[in-house]
Design a protein around this ligand. Sequence first.
Ligand code: MG
Length: 388
Amino acid sequence: MRIVDVRERTVPISRYADPDLPSGGLNTSIVALMSDTKRNGEPVVGYGFSSVGRFAQGGLIRERFAPRLLAAEDDALAGTDGQPVDPFKAWAAMMAGEKPGGHGERCIAVGTLDMAVWDLAAKLADKPLYRYLAETVGRPLDESPVPVYAGGGYYFPEDDIGCLEDEVRRFVDLGFRDVKMKIGALPVEQELKRIEAVISVLSDGNRLAVDAMNAYSADEALTAAAALAPYRLRWFEDICDPLDYRTHAAVAEAYGPPLSAGEALFSAADAANLLRYGGLRPGHDVLTFDPAHCYGLPEYIRIVELFESAGWSSRDFQPHGGHLFGLHVAAGLGLGGAECNPHNFQPFGGFGDEQRVVDGTVAPPDAPGIGFETRESLIDLFGSLTAD
Ligand code: MG
């Protein structure tokens, strides 16, 4: 098997269900890895994208990482177990010549292509990714549905609290139990009003996580933590600059309920520093590394194993992203759950068109690969990459 072509395009995405609301110019890269293997007369194609919340990586993909995949000779990426492509070999090919450190956002370019490699490898094995992943890395597969929570709760430019309550009601109607909203842009007293409005819909603070999107300084994070503590929230996420481990440790010391961190750390080296210096608590705090943002699954698995070796559990991980890939990763690695973006970041947010969330849980689709084909709007977009 060879990868004979890599197609790539930048597409806009929105934080809102209504893409006309201003969303900071967010975009993402979509990629298609075209193999020389045919099924039913059509080439087997792996699809990937740059997750959500950062930006497209077309330059790095086109100029640096896709050419290394395309340069792999016939069967150079094959597994020793007879599989036509070994995603770990593909990852090593992409990272050839890269130096440690200076991660920047090259990790997202690699993670985007890596997602497509896993989609391709699982399709060639004719298995859904979660099953292929568990078998490939030798983890026991828990077949029970994955706990998922609804991400959203961004600021609305008009009638913010009314729109926020409506959004959360829609999440509950869709079958979600737990919800995450954004905070950090307004004075704490105003944030508490937004939080109380959402809790009034959910009826329990333990069903609500808040995400400060790394906005708080050290002092602000401690002030916010003191104000949030009485609500016994599900977790308090991205409390300060992601590299400010001292503030993480100070807040963890002062704040009883769970914290979460990791979404904006993009390497095992950064994760190791969070582990060493962030003061986070195994079995209590939540780790939200985004597999597509931190160099893809090989590095993400290293991060999981790093924390496991320090007494944490894979159940302490809940990947950021809110899409099908994160759901497969959670199921395949036995993580504690996954984010879902039912309305935002379309058409990437959410799962398959036929999948239903029941009591806050959902099973990944059983289609081969990631199952982007089970989401019509998404496969229409990916399919346009390979149309000519
Ligand atoms: Mg976050």
